[in-house]
Design a protein around this ligand. Structure first.
Ligand code: G
Ligand code: MN
Length: 273
């Protein structure tokens, strides 16, 4: 297995037996990177927290390399929790321009979604991030999130009471999870990037995306399209009614200090324009 190009110089895949994973956890090597989520004008309206393994020898590793191993060892919830704690700490240096409406989302794993403590953990995080206009959003993955309607309804109700938003991640691939839309308030459908890639030259995909946009509207949810890599994709999706976008065309996932620097520069520019 090779690291994707955007991981930088990383070469070999490091050992990932339980002992090494526990060591990495102890050393807090699973770190949060932020990828901006932009609006129709390209303005940064939020960010998705993405896990990266800052490995002492192999460099920065993407989840495709290590997530499954963490999951097999039952360590994914622990590493996500630890990553969120690091978000909390790094937020101490967030620029003041972030005191505007801003959506911060993270990927919850099956273990967290099945367990009882996720919402309490989110509330604890929010208490320590006292930014009134910060909206926390839980992204429910396509895999490992088959909760069943009853559990799903309970989780969504808890989230709604706690003012935590729900997004259905990688929407459209894998098993259809349409029933989740009937389980409570869903704020966002994250259109899987394979749809964005496939719409080029296949009008059936465009029709499919337009249908997902109307489906979202029907449930008062927004669509965030993932994997935007070209200006053409952005423009086309805007014409189809998509309002939020994420992808390398705008920015790669950034270490938090770099994210804050770029955010500050952009909002500074916007204020002087
Ligand atoms: O499953 P989820 O959508 O949370 O996965 C996000 C992953 O997609 C991250 O690891 C991120 O690095 C990657 N990613 C983000 N933007 C792009 C993009 O424009 N193209 C591709 N190929 N991958 C992307
Ligand atoms: Mn996601």
């Amino acid at each position: 297995m090779h690291a994707p190009a955007h991981c930088g110089r990383s070469a070999a895949v490091p050992p990932m037996d339980r002992r090494h994973l526990l060591l990495a956890l102890r050393r807090r090597e699973f770190q949060p990177f932020l990828q901006p989520i932009v609006g129709e004008e390209g303005d940064w309206q939020g960010a998705e927290i993405l896990m990266r393994w800052q490995h002492p020898h192999a460099g920065v590793l993407a989840p495709a390399i290590f997530l499954e191993r963490l999951s097999e060892e039952g360590l994914l919830a622990a590493s996500t929790r630890q990553m969120l704690q690091q978000v909390r700490t790094a937020w101490d240096s967030a620029p003041a321009c972030l005191r505007q409406p801003f959506v911060l989302s993270f990927n919850a794993c099956g273990e967290q979604l099945q367990g009882e403590s996720l919402v309490a953990q989110c509330q604890a995080l929010l208490r320590r991030l006292p930014w009134p206009q910060l909206q926390l959003m839980i992204e429910m993955p396509e895999r490992g999130a088959d909760l069943g309607p009853e559990r799903c309804r309970r989780l969504f109700a808890q989230c709604e009471r706690a003012d935590i938003a729900i997004a259905l991640d990688d929407f459209g691939i894998g098993d259809a999870r349409l029933h989740q839309l009937a389980c409570g308030r869903v704020s966002c459908l994250k259109l899987d990037r394979s749809f964005v890639a496939a719409m080029q030259g296949n009008s059936l995909y465009s029709r499919l995306i337009e249908t997902i946009v109307s489906l979202a509207a029907e449930f008062d949810a927004t669509v965030t399209a993932e994997g935007i890599e070209t200006r053409g994709q952005w423009q086309r999706l805007r014409r189809m009614g998509v309002r939020r976008f994420q992808g390398y065309y705008f920015a790669r996932p950034l270490a938090m200090p770099e994210f804050f620097r770029q955010m500050q520069r952009r909002r500074g520019q916007a204020a002087t324009n």
